[in-house]
Ligand binder design. Structure first.
Ligand code: NAD
Length: 332
């Protein structure tokens, strides 16, 4: 049996991985804690580690993994900003990810979040349960005729664009690598980033976190947005400067903010902290605003996505063990 250490295990991970084809020939070592410098001991004697978005694979951790005989770091997510890829390469570790498990899962959650916030479904749900049938404060807006700005027209951004087009919204987009044929076929107009900020009633982020995109939305760029505009972020928390976001929420410059990711989510999201005193003042503030809606990085969480993540990851673990290349597009 091939030993694999699985970090940050949740019950749904375990279920989907155990059900994946050929998963029973793996000796899974399930760990609920994340991989980092303090938990390295859990990877002793394994050939591969399976990790998620908040495991920390910096150079010292990767060096220790390589020294312990680990050959493969299998990310069960699309993003890889938590792995020092240069160090991994130098240390001879193969890093794989699951680039496209279900872009629909994330895209559909994006629009669900925006519409929940816009139509105040979360507030209405609580009210009606308390037999408060008043509509006061529940006024939303039609998406039809609004301008939606999609930053990043990759796999997820394109589906989000199509869904918004289905609402008869005008969709404009910015991407450093625009696809004119796709835009023409889907009634989307590519514009410069500044024009996207100035024209959009809703700005939705669908780009990776890199040194260039860190704090893409900051005090300066948010100030160039249309007054009353909404921001949706289901990509990575650090794309937004939270302090600037809060400032613009307090002045009323932003109409609403829907987040599935948060700048300082590491160590908070994916876990139950109810009953504790939350020490993150900015998150406390965001949670107190009626026009902010936050989910804890759950956009990927559909049955289809979990099945696809498990199938690709298990296949790659076997492939690398047999000395074969990873599945096309999954190697980093
Ligand atoms: P993708 O690689 O298919 O597309 C990313 C697009 O962003 C590309 O077209 C690229 O050219 C573009 N881009 C790069 N830099 C840009 C910039 N400065 N401005 C505008 N566009 C830029 O990626 P994807 O699969 O569509 O994923 C998008 C994001 O969603 C990633 O950040 C990923 O980490 C995140 N994600 C979140 C969840 C979740 O559960 N919340 C799940 C999966 C992916």
């Amino acid at each position: 049996m091939l030993p694999v250490a699985f970090f940050d295990t949740k019950s749904y991970d375990r279920q989907s991985f155990m059900a994946a084809p050929d998963a029973d020939s793996i000796d899974w070592r399930w760990h609920e804690f994340r991989l980092g410098s303090e938990t390295l001991a859990a990877s002793e004697g394994v050939r591969a580690v399976c990790v998620f978005v908040n495991d920390k694979l910096d150079r010292p951790v990767l060096a220790a993994l390589a020294a312990a005989g680990v050959k493969h770091v299998a990310l069960r997510c699309a993003g890889f900003n938590n792995v020092d890829l240069n160090a991994a390469r130098e240390l001879g570790l193969t890093v794989t990810r699951v680039p496209a498990y279900s872009p629909h899962a994330v895209a559909e959650h994006t629009v669900a979040l925006l519409q929940t916030l816009n139509r105040k479904i979360h507030r209405a749900y609580n009210r009606v349960r308390e037999q408060n049938f008043s509509l006061k404060g529940l006024v939303g807006f039609d998406l039809c005729g609004k301008t939606v700005g999609i930053a990043g027209t990759g796999k997820i951004g394109r589906i989000v664009a199509k869904i918004f087009r289905g609402y008869d919204a005008k969709v404009i987009a910015y991407d450093p690598f625009p696809d004119a044929a796709w835009a023409a076929a889907n009634g989307v107009e590519y514009v410069a980033f500044d024009a996207l900020l100035a024209r959009s009633d809703i700005v939705s982020l669908h780009l990776p976190l890199t040194p260039e995109t860190h704090h893409l939305l900051n005090a300066g760029t948010i100030a160039r947005m249309k007054p009353g505009a909404y921001v949706v972020n289901t990509s990575r928390g650090k794309l937004i400067d939270t302090t600037a976001l809060i400032q613009h929420l307090k002045t009323g410059r932003l109409g609403g903010v829907a987040l599935d990711v948060y700048e300082e989510e590491e160590g908070l999201f994916f876990e139950d902290h109810s009953g504790e005193i939350l020490q993150d003042d900015e998150l406390n503030l965001l949670l107190s605003f009626a026009n902010v809606l936050i989910t804890s990085h759950q956009a990927f969480l559909t049955q289809e996505a979990l099945r696809a993540i498990a199938a690709v990851t298990v296949d790659n673990i076997h492939r690398l063990e047999r000395g074969e290349a990873p599945l096309p597009g999954t190697g980093l």
